[in-house]
Design a protein around this ligand. Sequence first.
Ligand code: HEM
Length: 141
Amino acid sequence: MTIQQIQLVKDSWALVRTIEPEIVANAFYNKLFTDHPSVRAMFPSDMKEQYRKLMTMLNVVIVNLHRLDSLAVDIAQLARRHKEYGAQPAHFTAVGAALLWTLESGLGASWTEPVKEAWVTCYTIISNAMIEAMQEEPQLV
Ligand code: HEM
């Protein structure tokens, strides 16, 4: 990501953060589960904890965008947990589409082409890192 793209993601995320976090997370999961109903069964019936975890994780990633390398271990561990949840590479497209839709809905006129490109780049980097880590053999040590 370029420095400008990192800034665009941070600034637009700050705008999204002015909306009640539960509303943002709710919009995201509603979109994901409406477009991909089969994914719903992978998640707990009570989504309250999930909302908090998702927003916390996004905050951590976005705060550290300028030094994503420092998150490599966390991302690999997150990926291994996702393997246990049953996540498959194809699911990342679905999750990415729901995320972009949520951001577009929340940002309105601030969802510009450069902002969109910055988020697509950001999500692609993180999801590729997760998919790669999911495909690695489990470590013995
Ligand atoms: C960049 C992409 C993603 C990020 C940053 C992300 C982040 C998270 C976080 C932070 C959690 C909380 C639990 C934990 O830390 O292990 C979680 C749980 C979960 N995620 Fe993801 N996720 C991503 C993609 C996906 C995809 C593609 C799927 C597939 C449908 C998925 C399905 C799940 C499920 C099923 C849970 C566990 C729910 C539970 O039993 O509590 N996630 N995710």
